[in-house]
Design a protein around this ligand. Structure first.
Ligand code: CIR
Length: 257
């Protein structure tokens, strides 16, 4: 599998309406000011991994719009604008298009009745795993697979039972290393990877990102951190407590390409 090198990231500042974002957690409402500070630290972590980061202004229309990963899949050869499955996120995908057009000439779209959120898509070299979740349906996955194949890539689906998104529970760290939590640790789809187990009490931390050799992970999860460091990755920890309150993690907050 080829190892990508990312040059760019796009992030969107959290909006004040963030407090009305979707959540399944019992952790209370996020603090807006603290979320802004944590978002800045996250952005700095991306910069320190060598990325040029484009920062989009907050969008008060969509409470969850800081979780920008979900509205587009950016591959080396094409961009795909998704079609979010959550009703309060419908239309959010249109807001990303102008930013994407600056970087991509090949832009594809997922259309109704297909729904897909890119938090459900994990890139491993030329192959993309697509989680079938409450947000991503079979038709969305079918359309995405056809688009990826048209552009010389491939995909397969993974049925999710408990996770919000596929990348809630898995993170690919290149070199065949895969962080895996819960139902995905022993899932047959990931049999051939060298897995890094996430203990149940640290499940939130499974949502990490590999950026040009470094792993960016949420602060406060020492067992997983130790396991990642044991595989010789430099680690940057970022406090993401306010985003956790909305089920969002390290991957959700940026598009990396
Ligand atoms: C949502 O439920 O849509 C947001 N509150 C969290 C989205 C997290 N995104 C991701 O895992 N890719």
């Amino acid at each position: 599998m080829s190892t990508p090198r990312f040059r760019h990231a796009i992030v969107r500042k959290p909006c004040k309406n963030l407090v009305n974002g979707i959540t399944s957690s019992q952790l209370g409402k996020p603090d807006y000011e603290q979320a802004v500070r944590q978002h800045e630290n996250y952005l700095n972590a991306l910069v320190s991994c060598g990325l040029e980061v484009e920062v989009l202004e907050a969008d008060e229309v969509f409470p969850d719009s800081t979780f920008i990963e979900d509205v587009a899949l950016l591959t080396p050869t094409c961009a795909v604008i998704t079609n979010p499955g959550a009703s309060s996120r419908k239309g959010e995908e249109k807001t990303i298009l102008p930013a994407i057009e600056k970087y991509y000439t090949h832009i594809e779209f997922i259309r109704e009745p297909g729904t897909i959120e890119a938090g459900d898509i994990m890139m491993t070299g030329n192959h993309y795993y697509i989680g079938l979740s409450e947000r991503t349906n079979k038709e969305g996955a079918r359309q995405m697979t056809a688009i990826l194949r048209k552009h010389g890539m491939d995909a397969s689906t993974v049925e999710l039972k408990e996770m919000l998104h596929l990348k809630t529970g898995v993170a690919y760290l290149e070199n065949n290393n895969l962080i895996a939590a819960g139902e995905l640790f022993s899932h047959p789809a990931f049999r051939s990877f060298d897995k890094i187990k996430v203990d149940e009490k640290e499940a939130y931390a499974a949502n990490c990102i590999w950026v040009n050799g470094t792993v960016i992970m949420p602060a406060g999860y020492p067992l997983l951190k130790e396991r990642i460091v044991a595989r010789a990755y430099p680690v940057i920890e970022v406090d993401l407590s306010e985003f956790r309150k909305l089920d969002g993690g390290a991957s959700c907050l940026s598009l990396r390409f």
